[in-house]
Write a protein that binds this ligand. Structure first.
Ligand SMILES: [Zn+2]
Length: 251
C-alpha cells in the first residue's frame, strides 16, 4: 500500500476528463515518495495543458510543488479564477497560432478561414506535433488527451466535440480569440498568407464565369492559389455568422 494520501478536487470543465455516471470530481490519490503536483494530476488523467491554477492547502502553487501526505489540492481550468490573493502563473500568455493534430483537417481549414495560423498535416507523429508546439510556439489542438502529456507542450486544448463547427467555437472561446478573427488572410490549403492581387495578374488562371462575375481577387504567397469572394466567401460568411451569434449568446 502506498504510504501517503492527498485529496484532489477538480473544477468545472476539468470534470470532462472523468467519464461515467457520477463522474468523480473529488478523489483520493495514494502515492509514495514526493511526486510533483503536476505528475499527480496527469496520473489521475487530466492533461497539464487544461490546468490554469492549482491551490494546495489554500496556497496557489506551481506545477513543480511536491505533493505531501494529507494535502488538499484544488485544480482549476482557465474559465474559473479562484479568489486567491497571489496566483502562481503556470505558463505565459498563449500564442495566436496552432498546430492541429491528425484527423482534424476540417478544424484546421476553419481556423485558417478565420485568419489563424494553423499548421496541419494528416500524417503528423505525436512527437512532431509536440516538437512544432515547442519550436514554433504553437497551441496544440487534439482529441487525444495523451498527446497533451508531452512535457514540451506548454499550451494545448483537448477538444470536447468531434464536430468541427463546434470545435472552432470551443477553441475561440477557450483562448478568448474572437477579437483576433481576420478573414481572408490565410490560405485554406497550405496555411500561407493571402494578399489582394490585381485581376489582370491572375486572369489566365480563372474560369470564364469567374472572370466575368468577380473583380476582387487574393492569392496565396506560398502556393499561389487564387481566392475570390465566390462560394468560398459564402461558406466563410456562414461560419463567421454562426460564430458571431454564439458570441452574442455568451454576452
Ligand atoms: Zn496556399
Amino acid at each position: 500500500m502506498p504510504e501517503n494520501r492527498a485529496f484532489f478536487h477538480f473544477y468545472h470543465e476539468l470534470r470532462d476528463f472523468f467519464t461515467g455516471p457520477g463522474a468523480a470530481i473529488s478523489l483520493k490519490y495514494d502515492f509514495d515518495g514526493k511526486p510533483s503536483v503536476k505528475d499527480a494530476i496527469e496520473a489521475i488523467g487530466v492533461p497539464h495543458t487544461e490546468v490554469d491554477s492549482i491551490v494546495v492547502n489554500g496556497t496557489s502553487v506551481g506545477f513543480g510543488c511536491p505533493l505531501k501526505d494529507g494535502d488538499a489540492v484544488s485544480v482549476y481550468p482557465a474559465s474559473f479564477s479562484p479568489e486567491i490573493p497571489v496566483k502562481a502563473a503556470l505558463r505565459g500568455e498563449p500564442p495566436p497560432s496552432f498546430v492541429v493534430d491528425v484527423n482534424l483537417g476540417k478544424l484546421a481549414r476553419r481556423l485558417r478561414m478565420l485568419g489563424f495560423d494553423a499548421a496541419y498535416r494528416n500524417d503528423y507523429a505525436d512527437h512532431e506535433v509536440a516538437g512544432l508546439a515547442e519550436s514554433e510556439g504553437r497551441i496544440v489542438l487534439t482529441r487525444d488527451r495523451r498527446l497533451l502529456r508531452f512535457r514540451i507542450i506548454t499550451h494545448g486544448y483537448w477538444l470536447r466535440s468531434d464536430d468541427p463547427r463546434i470545435q472552432v467555437k470551443e477553441v475561440l472561446g477557450r483562448f478568448g480569440y474572437y477579437p483576433l478573427v481576420k478573414p481572408f488572410n490565410r490560405c485554406l490549403e497550405c496555411n500561407g498568407d493571402i494578399v489582394p492581387v490585381e485581376k489582370e495578374a491572375v486572369l489566365d488562371r480563372l474560369e470564364p464565369k469567374t472572370r466575368l462575375y468577380y473583380n476582387e481577387f487574393y492569392t496565396c504567397t506560398d502556393c499561389g492559389k487564387v481566392y475570390w469572394k465566390g462560394s468560398h466567401y459564402d461558406r466563410m460568411k456562414e461560419t463567421l455568422d454562426s460564430l458571431i451569434i454564439r458570441k452574442r449568446d455568451a454576452e
